[in-house]
Design a protein around this ligand. Structure first.
Ligand SMILES: Cc1ncc(C[n+]2csc(CCOP(=O)(O)OP(=O)(O)O)c2C)c(N)n1
Ligand code: SF4
Length: 286
């Protein structure tokens, strides 16, 4: 079923207000097309921040450019709409300057893996304690439907009018090999699953990468649609061991039937902790 733009039924309004979820939403209603997968992520992040009782004045949502990157406008937290592909370095700077902030970077597949692709490995290897939520619709939505680094072979777009011949990147495999200490995948058509994984990602101390399969209902009528994803996505195997990197990579290699869930998690020193140690050593005379 295609999720519609959230409509708060009259008799549910008080219940929703009392839940606190709306406290994290700004007065600006999202301007995305009705049915766009991004609505689920807005709800998922608002729910997760409320459930974890993270103060909105201590939360910063940072984005690049694209439909996905309009996200900070719709949250009642601090926000920073940066340059195309530059959400991660800005988010890293914010976190390093003030460790107590909860910093969430947001962006699309074009923003993250085309123009911004050079920043992802460094955020991952540094283990900066931020959450990166990437909305993957396999197309450039804002600029009206061009091919993206995660578009499927054969996909027809305005820049591949016959068919796309470039093999898509595998973001999960990339993040796992870059050393991300938390990697998960969810789907905009499974909003409860999505909200649960957003919460886990926020709770992880270190760099957490959440990949969201998210249909662009306006410019993709054939490939990454709700109808197709509903038929192909599945949950990760119930015996999946998320501490096993090789197993996570094996699961990430199956792109025909994308598995949803927590692929991998590990604990290691964050960038903030590492810099504290450097400062201590420098203070002690080197
Ligand atoms: C430096 C620069 N190059 C190109 C653009 C044009 N541009 C704006 S958004 C975008 C792609 C966005 O695609 P994606 O990140 O997948 O986001 P979506 O709109 O699908 O959410 C491009 C190429 C730009 N704004 N700035
Ligand atoms: S163009 Fe696509 S990605 Fe952008 S808001 Fe509309 S449905 Fe969503």
């Amino acid at each position: 079923m295609i999720p519609q733009q959230p409509v708060y039924l009259e008799d549910k309004v008080d219940e929703i207000r009392q839940s606190g979820r709306l406290d994290y939403r700004s007065q600006a209603l999202p301007t995305w097309c009705p049915g766009c997968g991004y609505y689920s992520v807005t709800e998922g992040l608002a729910n997760a921040l409320n459930d974890l009782q993270i103060e909105k004045e201590n939360t910063v949502v940072v984005s690049g450019i694209g439909c996905a990157s309009r996200f900070p406008f719709f949250m009642d937290t601090y926000g920073f709409h940066t340059l195309h592909g530059r959400a991660l370095p800005v988010a890293t700077g914010i976190k390093v300057a003030n460790e107590k902030l909860t910093v969430v970077a947001i962006g699309g597949d074009g923003d993250g893996f085309a123009i911004g692709g050079g920043h992802i490995p460094h955020a991952a290897r540094r283990n900066v304690d931020i959450t990166y939520i990437l909305f993957d619709n396999g197309i450039y939505g804002l600029t009206k439907g061009q091919v993206s680094p995660t578009s499927a072979i054969g996909f027809k777009t305005s820049t591949s009018p016959f068919e796309n011949r470039d093999a898509p990147l595998n973001p999960l495999l990339m993040l796992l090999s870059y050393g991300a200490s938390w990697v998960g995948q969810t789907y905009a058509g499974w909003p409860h699953h999505l909200a649960g994984l957003v919460q886990q990602a926020l709770e992880h101390p270190g760099f957490s990468y959440l990949h969201v399969l998210s249909p662009c209902v306006t410019f993709d009528k054939t490939d990454r649609t709700y109808q197709n994803l509903d038929l192909t996505v599945r949950e990760l195997d119930s015996d999946h061991d998320s501490s096993d990197l090789a197993l996570a990579m094996q699961a990430a290699s199956d792109t025909r039937s994308p598995a949803l869930g927590l692929y991998y998690t590990s604990q290691r020193e964050t960038l903030g902790q590492a810099l504290d140690q450097v400062a201590l050593r420098a203070g002690a005379g080197g």
